[in-house]
Design a protein around this ligand. Structure first.
Ligand SMILES: *[C@@H]1O[C@H](CO)[C@@H](O)[C@H](O)[C@H]1NC(C)=O
Length: 215
């Protein structure tokens, strides 16, 4: 009887874990239909008879992109928005170009674990565990090294070389989402009331005003 209860609890647990992220596909594919106005979890499927190879394809990931911006990095995402065949499949990827000392600032993917591989250059990467430890787990990566950022944790990358760097990431969602911490906290629309940020960050209002203008 105890065994039976344990089995049922484990079964319930595994089912709830299985549906916590993307549900398993119920057909071979469900290519996103850009013309559908249906609101579903993910995107509506286009007619399978109209599906072509190009719906499963994306090109240009070998091309370096311009990193002349404040951060010195640029992300080229390949999610369901760029590659409609990813719909319902629970996977996506991104190429990232880094200028020397360029940074991908602290951010979160609310729906996806990320595994990053360095293709060129060297990166410092890290993620921070949740409260109360807030432990920073960080590593220097060389070309060919891979590193995983667990779903939902704040993480960052920094090019620690004098040359350009390139990485490719795979993510466990068709639409992992990105929340850049600074933009969400100081650049929200409408702004979070300054008094809240003054207390949250234990700084004076001038600094909060400055950061809200910056983001
Ligand atoms: C890269 O972007 C910067 C800033 O937008 C621009 O000034 C520069 O000409 C661009 N470089 C190339 C090679 O396109």
């Amino acid at each position: 009887m105890a065994n039976h209860t344990l089995f049922l609890s484990l079964l319930a647990l595994s089912c709830s874990l299985a549906i916590a992220y993307e549900p398993s596909p119920l057909q071979d594919f469900c290519v996103a239909d850009p013309s559908s106005s249906a609101f579903v979890n993910g995107r509506a499927c286009m007619d399978p008879k109209l599906v072509q190879a190009d719906h499963f394809s994306f090109s240009g990931l070998h091309l370096p992109r311009n990193t002349s911006n404040k951060l010195g990095s640029v992300v080229s995402p390949v999610t369901v928005a760029q590659l409609p065949g990813l719909n319902t499949l629970g996977i996506a990827l991104a190429r990232i170009d880094y200028a020397p000392w360029g940074v991908v600032p602290p951010h979160v993917h609310p729906r996806g674990t990320e595994i990053l591989t360095v293709l060129e250059g060297s990166l410092e990467v890290g993620f921070v565990t949740s409260n109360p430890e807030n432990r920073l787990i960080t590593k220097f990566l060389q070309m060919g090294d891979a590193f995983v950022f667990p779903v939902g944790l704040v993480h960052y990358q920094r090019n620690v070389g004098h040359g350009n760097a390139v990485s490719i990431s795979a993510l466990s969602s068709q639409n992992p989402g990105v929340i850049t911490v600074a933009n969400a906290v100081f650049g929200s629309n409408a702004p979070i009331p300054a008094d809240t940020l003054v207390k949250a960050f234990q700084v004076d209002k001038n600094l909060v005003d400055y950061l809200q203008l910056t983001f």
